[in-house]
Design a protein around this ligand. Structure first.
Ligand SMILES: NC(=O)c1ccc[n+]([C@@H]2O[C@H](COP(=O)([O-])OP(=O)(O)OC[C@H]3O[C@@H](n4cnc5c(N)ncnc54)[C@H](O)[C@@H]3O)[C@@H](O)[C@H]2O)c1
Length: 344
């Protein structure tokens, strides 16, 4: 089978996970990872035998001086790739896309970039088909991915009226908590709505969704509370059946001891997930409540992990490796250990 050659630019929190996930796909080959760093983080890539590239000759020189063996620069990596996933920090990817466009290379950016950088925003269970054969797309952010994923399930079941959510956002990525975390406070976002609601509409403009957000002093995951006006009176069973159609939404229960985000993190570690990652939205089944035509529920989002399966599907959609969403989603889910039956 001909494998699609995938490059990853930016080997940070998201990039290193994307690289590992690409390695697991039978229809993809990781041709290289590119970065500007020369400390332990990129040494891990070498240890995994990933070909390492530097952004340009200046960074290549710095890497060489620090005993990091490089295969070349980004320009050279671009030449041997079919598609590149740009996982560099917010706003840097937007500067790189001219290089990709000039080379006629397909590319994916992450949620830190604006919708306008690609003109298409991606979430597999909602709009895979519209990304088929495009030159580029943006995999929406962690929070937005969870919103689109869950609301799409309600929409497809004909239940979604309007959705209003409160997002408790983790303060910072765990590995950077010594730098700019917050402590002993809660930091509400000044603007209502927060950007995640409008961002979900870049994937699906039909979603009537509004969000508010507050930053909280922990690093494990985001926690969302939702209040949905349903299109009609419904039973709890009907709503659970709707969420159950999303293969990447998994139910958790208080009754099973999963009463907080640290216990869910421990579950992921106990399952031997890489980095303790949770690709699914973990939605509390026994907490969920339907009152007439109103629905209330809460779920957890692992910000570092949820976009990884989406990125793998976006690679298949852009390159046309799979024309049907369900085939790509199934392959990705199997490779990452995402099970229809849930976590256990
Ligand atoms: N961290 C998350 O939880 C999360 C979740 C969803 C989406 N995202 C999005 O993913 C993207 C990447 O975020 P991240 O958290 O992985 O960032 P990160 O800072 O952890 O990693 C970025 C990597 O890119 C490297 N880099 C910087 N400039 C570069 C350049 N010019 N060329 C090559 N490499 C360069 C950095 O050295 C670093 O290793 C952003 O758009 C972000 O908004 C992040």
């Amino acid at each position: 089978m001909k494998k699609i050659k995938v490059a990853v630019n930016g080997y940070g929190v998201i990039g290193k996970r994307v690289a590992d996930a690409v390695q697991l796909q039978e229809d993809m080959e990781l041709v290289g990872v590119c970065d500007v760093i020369f400390d332990w983080r990129i040494k891990i890539a070498l240890r995994k035998n990933y070909p390492v590239y530097a952004f340009d000759i200046n960074f290549q020189k710095q890497m060489m001086e620090n005993n990091i063996t490089t295969e070349g620069t980004l320009a050279e990596l671009i030449k041997i790739s079919d598609i590149i996933v740009d996982c560099t920090p917010k706003k840097i990817a937007a500067q790189n896309i001219e290089l990709y466009k000039k080379a006629g290379l397909k590319f994916i950016v992450q949620g830190g970039e604006k919708h306008e950088t690609t003109g298409h925003s991606f979430s597999a269970e909602n709009n895979y088909a519209t990304a088929l054969g495009l030159q580029s797309t943006r995999v929406v952010s962690c929070n937005t991915t969870s919103i689109v994923r869950t609301l799409t399930a309600l929409k497809n079941a004909g239940l979604l009226g309007k959705a209003r959510g409160t997002l408790l956002r983790r303060a910072v990525d765990p590995w950077e908590s010594h730098l700019n975390g917050i402590m002993n406070t809660l930091v509400p976002e000044q603007d209502i709505p927060s950007h995640q609601g409008p961002d979900a509409q870049t994937v699906d403009p039909s979603l009537d969704v509004l969000t508010v957000a507050v930053k909280v002093p922990e690093t494990l995951s985001h926690l969302h509370y939702w209040n949905v006006q349903l299109t009609k009176k419904a039973t709890k069973e009907e709503v659970l059946a709707a969420f159950g159609t999303s293969s990447r939404t998994a139910f958790i229960d208080y009754a099973d001891g999963l009463t907080a985000n640290n216990t869910v993190k421990e579950l992921m570690l106990s399952l031997n997930r890489p980095y303790g990652d949770m690709y699914e939205v973990a939605l509390w089944q026994d907490m969920l409540k339907v009152v007439g035509d109103e629905l209330f529920y809460a779920y957890l989002v692992d910000n570092q992990a949820i976009v990884i399966p989406e990125t793998i599907d976006a690679i298949r959609a852009l390159t046309g490796l799979e024309t049907k969403a369900e085939n790509s989603i199934r392959k990705t889910n199997e490779s990452l250990g995402i099970r229809r039956e849930g976590f256990i």
